[in-house]
Design a protein around this ligand. Structure first.
Ligand SMILES: NC(=O)c1ccc[n+]([C@@H]2O[C@H](COP(=O)([O-])OP(=O)(O)OC[C@H]3O[C@@H](n4cnc5c(N)ncnc54)[C@H](OP(=O)(O)O)[C@@H]3O)[C@@H](O)[C@H]2O)c1
Length: 247
């Protein structure tokens, strides 16, 4: 099995993506960094090249431009001399109760977190099938294990991503293409910094180090942190709706 270390990472301009880029570069990975904020990516790329002497490419990418997601995979492969993995990490968390006049937020959340992620994963998977090896990684969330009040579209987007990865894993068994599904709890990033409550919060450096380890060992599925989120993720689907309504 090939364990090459040339990866395309979406959502690399901030939060988990930027910290993960540092972790992976320190482990000898070559990276194509993708996001909309190109300036952030160039700064990060310069830092990684200087600190870790790795190959780093920068790709300006809006994952809601699905044709551009296809192109990004080819561009990353050209820039890095091949592609061994894709990490679908880009995401947004726009909240809004159902029926509260926030349909546009819901649409954008689904377009970014689910369809955008699938556009990237699908394009990479096509390349991996062709070359006979590869690694698909998706950053979903504990929120995808049960629809959470106030954040219905976010939960729906992550539930969809979890389903997609489960199906892809079954399809790709025996094809030398690995899948890694990551289910973070709360990691301290701009995505959630204005939330009133962030239980079991961990630093972005710690979260990225754990995620990088799972990517490096090609773990099939992991909560981040394992404890207590693995337990919470398993219990969530069985909680009575009356309890969920109190969240
Ligand atoms: N932080 C947590 O506690 C937590 C928990 C569970 C899951 N997650 C997931 O982890 C992932 C990273 O989130 P984060 O916490 O690191 O948040 P963040 O700091 O806000 O970073 C989000 C990243 O996604 C990128 N992005 C957003 N929309 C995009 C678009 N349309 N096209 C391309 N890139 C886009 C942003 O880049 P640009 O704005 O430059 O495009 C940014 O790099 C998300 O999928 C999130 O759902 C986070």
């Amino acid at each position: 099995m090939s364990q090459g270390k040339r990866y395309l990472l979406t959502g690399a301009s901030s939060g988990i993506g930027a910290a993960l880029a540092r972790e992976l570069a320190s482990k000898g990975y070559d990276l194509a960094l993708a996001a909309r904020r190109e300036d952030n990516l160039h700064l990060l790329a310069a830092e990684l090249r200087a600190r870790f002497k790795c190959k780093v490419a920068v790709l300006s990418l809006d994952v809601t431009d699905y044709a551009a997601c296809q192109d990004a995979v080819s561009l990353a492969a050209n820039a890095l001399g091949g592609l061994d993995g894709l990490i679908a990490n880009a995401g947004i968390a726009l909240t809004g109760k159902a029926g509260s006049g926030h349909f546009e937020r819901a649409r954008l959340t689904l377009e970014t977190n689910l369809i955008g992620a699938i556009a990237c994963l699908d394009a990479a998977c096509a390349l991996f099938r062709q070359q006979g090896h590869g690694h698909l990684v998706a950053v979903a969330s504990v929120a995808g294990k049960r629809g959470l009040p106030h954040t219905a579209a976010y939960s729906a987007s992550k539930a969809g991503l979890i389903s997609y990865m489960e199906a892809a894993r079954a399809e790709l068994l025996g094809k030398n293409i690995d899948t890694t599904l990551l289910l973070p709890g709360f990691i301290d990033t701009p995505l959630n910094s204005d939330m009133p409550s962030r239980p079991f919060l961990i630093s972005v450096e710690r979260g990225a180090a754990l995620i990088a380890k799972h990517i490096d060992t090609r773990t099939v599925s992991a909560y981040v942190l394992g404890w207590p989120w693995a337990l919470i993720g398993r219990i969530l689907p069985y909680l009575p709706t009356s309890v969920m309504g109190k969240f």
